[in-house]
Structure formats: C-alpha cells, structure tokens
Write a protein of this length. Structure first.
Length: 509
C-alpha cells in the first residue's frame, strides 16, 4: 500500500497542516487542545517513518520513494522528493526530535502555547523537506523556509536578549545562503535542469569548481557552524527557548554537513580534493580552540553551545579526511569509516547535546529568575536524583564514553584519520580530554557542589513528561552506542556512491 502513497509529501506537510489546526484552537484558553493536537501530529509523523524505513532498500544507493511533479514549467522547476540512506536517517531523527520538543513544550510553555506548537511543527516540516528535496530550488525554498519559524521561536519565547540573537541568527544564515542560490543558477545554466542528480558528474574546470565550492561553503559552514562563522550560535542557543536549542543542536547544525555531502563533494570533486586541507584545518580549530573556549564559560547553555561547535568539527573532519585517506592508503575501507563516522557523529550529537539542552532548560524553568549560570546552582543531585542520573548519562555521551552514542562516531573518525596523518588524529583526539574537562567540571559544580541558595533547595524532580523524553533519549544513546550496525547498514551504499563520484580514482565495492 505504501508504494503508491506519497509518504514523503505526507511527512513534510502533515506537520504544517497540524500547525494550522493548532492555531485554529484559539488562544491560551484552549491550550490543552493545542498540546494534544501537536502531540498526536508528532506521534503520527514518527509512526509513518516505520514503513518508510521498512520499505527502504539499504543495498541501493539510488533515491527511493520518488515523487516528481512539474512545479514551475518555464524554468523546469519540479516538486521532487526522494530519500537515500543519509536523508532517511536524518528524516527519522527529525521526527524523533520534533516529538521530544513537543513533549517538552507541553510543560515548559505556559503562554502562547498554540503559537509555540505551530512554530515547531512548521519547522519540523520544513527540515524534512530539506532532507527529502531532489530539486535544487525546492531544496532552497525549504532551506530558507525553516529560518522563519526558528527566528520566531527565538524572538517570541527567548530570553532577555532574544531580539539581538534572533536577528543575528537570521542575517548570518540568510546571507550565507544567497551565494548558494547563485551556485544553483550557474549549475542550472550548465545542464538546463535543477535536478540535483544531474549536477553530479558535470564537467567543470577546477577554477569554476573552486568558486562554486566557496559559494556552497558560506551557506553550509554557517549552518554547521564552522570557525570563524560560528559566532551566531552561542547567542542563538543562549537566548532560544529549550525547544529551539534542541532543534538547533540536534537538527539545524546537521544541515551544513548534509549540504557538504549532498552538494559540495559529489558536484565539485576536484575542488574538494584541492581544498580538503583547508577544511581539515578549520575542523581542527573548531575541535581544539572552541573546546578551550567552552571550558571558561559560566553559562551552561553557552558551554553546551560551544561544545556543539567542537563536536561538529569532528563531522566536517570526517567528511574531508576521506580525501587524504585515499591519497595515503590503498584501501577504501578507511574512507568509508571516515564518512560513516561523520554521519554517525551527527546523529549521536543530537541525542547527547539535545538532552543536555533540555536538562538546562528544565533547571532554568525551576529557578526563580531563569538563571543558567553555573554559580547559581549546586547540590542538584540531592534534590533531583533521577534527573541527575539521566544528565550524567548524556554528559558521558558528550564526553565520548565507550558504550554511548558519542563514542562511536568520534572513534571511527579518529581511527580512519590515523591511516593518513598521525598528528591530525592526535589533535582531533584532544577533544576527548577537552570534552571531559568542560562537561564533567560543569556537572560536578551543578550537581554535586554546595547548594547555592534556598531556591535550589525547593526544586522538585522531573515529571512524567520529562522522564518520557529522557527515557527515549537514553534508548537512543545506548542503541547507537552498543549496536550501531542498523545505522551503518542504512548508510553504507549511499556513502559508497558518494565516495565513487566524489573522490577521483577510488575503487568502491
């Protein structure tokens, strides 16, 4: 029955339809109805991912569940959707995270509840569209469309400095995307189509490829974000509501890595090979320098935000180290490991960092002035032992403890990097020390330090909704940490295809 059902269209637009239904409930007098509708929409969308996963052929690298309808005839722009292994994994992650954000908002948000739920449902639909789009202009529409609800979430439900943070977020991401649109128009003029698959294998001079590479780079590097275009992220994370921080960390940062894998590497293979050293250096700066910045942070949200930049540095390192690995090694196995490790790191970071942002939001909601400063807390483990145990698990995943999700991707990237450059792998491995330093030091002061004041002494442990979120996230952390094979099997054929068309002279089996 699913072979003829437009399942990707449903996953993309059902949350948007749910957002409209939520808005029609009226004001806060019907807040419970708005919460119920949002939860039902989130559960249904996640449930529909099951037949999508079961019907996907993981041995086939081609796009599957294809939908293609002519949209704008004069420019041959199509409403075209499809998924491969990478986009399928990210769509499932988007629906999983979206449901958790809705659950968290059911208790945390007390005013403009319907608008809040509608904002995040719309954002969820737009991000699924980004991962499913196979037409460049449709991709761009979804890419820009998701900025609006995120801008609104920061501006309406953020902290005291929310206006500055929301405008900075919007300007950075919007301006970075303009050059990407110009690159799409150039590629269209070369092939007469906006079909992304037709861009692959296009014969372009190295000079043109390098110009297009930097056009894509600005859009994707801002999203990751890579040093030095990362400065919007700490402000956005700090001022955003908990749900906004979770979406930023778990999903929106991954769009930049996805862009490199979907566009830069397959379309511009010579430029990527020539400029791999540039991307490796920027990734190592993010891993080490941003990790050192995280250590000195006094705001918990800012610390986790800088931690996210460092962990995403691992993902970009894994993508572009593949070029050096092929150059220095006669085997393609390590290049596979490097790219697969990058994608696994994207998924693992969503569980660990997203859970930590939720936790900090819970603490801030309980504090009388919503403080996120480390010095204002202490002794949380005495007042909230269940929460303390969960947070320790996610802190350990953030550190990269074996058996947790955070270990798998980092281990794969470091091990594969050793095959090409010992010192690159050595510098990258420093993140294990840095992450342990800032994460465990924060945990010690917040959870086991002396109780800072009487407000902390009145805290209550997490509620049923909050436990549900944390149990689901804990399952994700252990599943990916102990048995990553289903995810790797899903990725393998797609990663092999990217290697084949992205890295000259590679032999893929």
């Amino acid at each position: 029955m699913w072979s003829h059902f437009p399942i990707l269209t449903f996953l993309t637009w059902f949350p948007v339809a749910g957002a409209i239904a939520v808005l029609l409930t009226g004001g806060d007098k019907n807040a419970n109805m708005a919460r119920t509708i949002a939860c039902v929409v989130g559960v249904i969308n996640l449930a529909v991912c099951v037949p999508l996963y079961l019907g996907f052929d993981s041995n086939n690298f081609n796009m599957q569940f294809l939908e293609n309808h002519l949209w704008i005839r004069v420019y041959q722009i199509h409403y075209a959707l499809g998924v491969d292994g990478i986009s399928l994994a990210m769509i499932i992650l988007t629906n999983f995270t979206g449901l958790l954000v809705i659950f968290a908002g059911c208790e945390a948000i007390k005013i403009r509840v319907a608008q809040y739920m509608a904002t995040f449902l719309t954002m969820q639909g737009m991000m699924i569209g980004v991962f499913a789009a196979t037409d460049a202009i449709l991709f761009y529409v979804f890419w820009e469309g998701m900025l609006i609800p995120m801008y609104m979430s920061i501006g309406m439900w953020g902290s005291a400095n929310r206006s500055y943070a929301s405008i900075k977020f919007f300007l950075y991401t919007f301006l970075g995307s303009i050059l990407m649109l110009i690159a799409f128009l150039y590629l269209y003029n070369q092939v007469g189509s906006f079909d992304i698959q037709k861009f692959y294998g296009l014969k372009l001079t190295t000079h043109i490829q390098e110009l297009l590479f930097f056009s894509f780079f600005l859009a994707f590097a801002v999203k990751v974000p890579m040093w030095p275009v990362h400065t919007w992220l700490p402000d956005a994370h700090t001022e955003a509501p908990s749900g906004g921080s979770v979406v930023l960390a778990a999903l929106m940062l991954k769009l930049g890595i996805y862009g490199f894998l979907r566009f830069s590497m397959p379309i511009l293979p010579q430029a990527c090979e020539e400029l791999a050293w540039f991307m490796i250096i920027l990734s190592l700066i993010a891993i080490v320098y941003i990790g050192l910045i995280a250590i000195v942070q006094t705001d918990m949200k800012k610390l986790i935000a800088y931690s996210s930049i460092a962990h995403m540095g691992f993902a970009t390192l894994g993508c572009f180290m593949a070029y050096d690995i092929i150059r220095h090694s006669s085997t393609y196995v390590d290049a596979y490991m490097s790219l697969e490790g990058a994608v696994v790191q994207m998924i693992a970071h969503a569980f660990g960092s997203g859970a930590m942002f939720l936790g900090v939001g819970m603490l801030a909601d309980r504090y009388y002035n919503h403080s996120r400063l480390i010095k204002d807390y202490g002794g949380i483990a005495n007042r909230m032992p269940v929460f303390a145990a969960f947070f320790m698990l996610f802190a350990m995943s953030n550190v990269g403890l074996p058996g947790t999700a955070g270990f798998v991707g980092e281990f794969m990237v470091i091990m594969s990097a050793f095959q090409a450059h010992f010192w690159v792998a050595f510098v990258a491995a420093l993140t294990l020390i840095l992450a342990s330093s800032y994460t465990l030091w924060m945990y010690k002061r917040v959870f086991f330090g002396p109780i800072a004041n009487s407000h902390v002494a009145e805290f209550q442990d997490i509620s049923l909704f909050e436990k549900t979120n944390y149990v689901l996230l804990a399952i994700g952390v252990f599943f990916l940490g102990l048995y990553p094979a289903p995810v790797l099997n899903l990725l393998h054929a797609t990663i092999g295809h990217i290697l084949l068309i992205s890295i000259p002279n590679v032999v893929v089996h």
